[in-house]
Design a protein around this ligand. Structure first.
Ligand code: 5AD
Length: 338
């Protein structure tokens, strides 16, 4: 076996240079995926956790160069769901059997933190874990949302290469994004981050840095997605991110953070009709089906042709690879306590 993979499997640490060597070596990919799959099985088991995604607003004041709902995309038909609509969708998710709902939106300050806190406490009357994915806010705001009952928070760092970050996110502040992540961790959120694969100018070395950052944060969830260029953004002529490379970054992340939650991301499935299953067999243990109604979902177009989940089909496919849908909330911290 490749000695670096062996070391990652047993020690769960690698230097930046060692990660880079794995990323550069095309001959070890299958071995890497297999190893990540066995570490996944050993540390988090065969259950796949489903997180019901509710995209409640596509207003966004950010201008990320790659993102379809960026503020300057005037073609977007903007919408905001009301508190009642959001709560109703969460109820539907609960009735369907989901154990987690994820409330995601663009960075939309029309929702005051008090409004969000009320929505959260209403949803938390149901037996559900609640994840937020609403972007950068202050420590105080994150604290109010945590106290209202939010359990988890997703905020991808997108890239840890500061120069690239500044190019991709005009006027954004890289240090503030990191501050947010460490604040979330400090406040006791299960904190998720992640990165994009295939940003123009991104190097393998910077991806190695991303993986080390996940480890430094001790992130509880990591979402990794290949870039899919959106035709109404400045990156419209960029190439698709490389799925194999995205899977490699994900697999190495699994080896270094063996007990975390890792989604098979929608962007992976969008690039390959079997992308989700490939990811689940290379370290992933989570899927995030979108439960927003179709009329709204099509307006939340961060990239084109977003893949969907058919529950029955998914259940069948999981059965075929020896996996099953979990009926618990899938907290990293509870697994750790056992
Ligand atoms: N292709 C792939 N992923 C994208 N995201 C945003 N735009 C794109 C795109 N064009 C990802 C970002 C963000 C997450 C919600 O979606 O990483 O954090």
């Amino acid at each position: 076996m490749n000695t670096l993979i062996e070391k990652a499997k047993s020690e769960h640490t690698l230097s930046k240079d060692e990660i880079l060597q794995l990323l550069q070596d095309e001959t070890i990919n299958q071995e890497l995926f297999k190893s990540a799959d066995s570490i996944r099985k050993e540390f988090v088991g065969d259950e796949v956790h489903l997180r019901a995604l509710i995209e409640f607003s596509n207003f966004c004041h950010c201008n990320c160069l790659y993102c379809g709902i960026r503020a300057e995309n005037s073609f977007v038909d903007r919408y905001r769901l009301s508190a009642e609509q959001i709560i109703q969708l969460a109820r539907q998710a609960y009735d369907f059997g989901y154990k987690t709902v994820v409330l995601q939106s663009g960075e939309d300050f029309a929702y005051k933190v008090e409004d969000l806190a009320q929505i959260i406490s209403e949803i938390k009357k149901l037996d559900l874990a609640l994840t937020l994915s609403i972007g950068e806010r202050s420590f105080e705001e994150y604290k109010i949302l945590k106290e209202a009952g939010a359990d988890r928070f997703l905020l991808r760092i997108e890239t840890t290469d500061k120069d690239l970050y500044m190019k991709m996110h005009p006027k954004a502040d890289f240090e503030n994004r990191k501050r947010c992540l460490f604040d979330l961790k400090k406040l006791g959120y299960e904190t998720g981050t992640g990165c994009l694969i295939g940003l123009p100018g991104q190097s393998l070395e910077s991806l190695a840095g991303d993986i080390l950052f996940f480890k430094e944060l001790d992130s509880d969830m990591i979402g990794i997605g290949p870039l899919i260029p959106h035709p109404q953004t400045p990156l419209k002529n960029a190439e698709n991110g490389n799925l194999e490379l995205a899977l490699k970054v994900m697999a190495i992340t699994r080896l270094l953070l063996p007990d975390i939650n890792i989604p098979a991301t929608t962007a992976m499935e969008t690039l390959n009709p079997n992308g989700r299953i490939m990811a689940l067999q290379s370290g992933a243990n989570v899927i995030m089906p979108n439960i927003t109604t179709e009329d709204i979902r099509c307006k939340y177009e961060i990239y084109p042709n977003k893949a969907t989940v058919n529950y029955k089909e998914l259940e069948d496919k999981l059965g075929q690879i020896g996996r099953k849908i979990s009926h618990n909330k899938g907290y990293r911290n509870l697994r750790r306590a056992l």
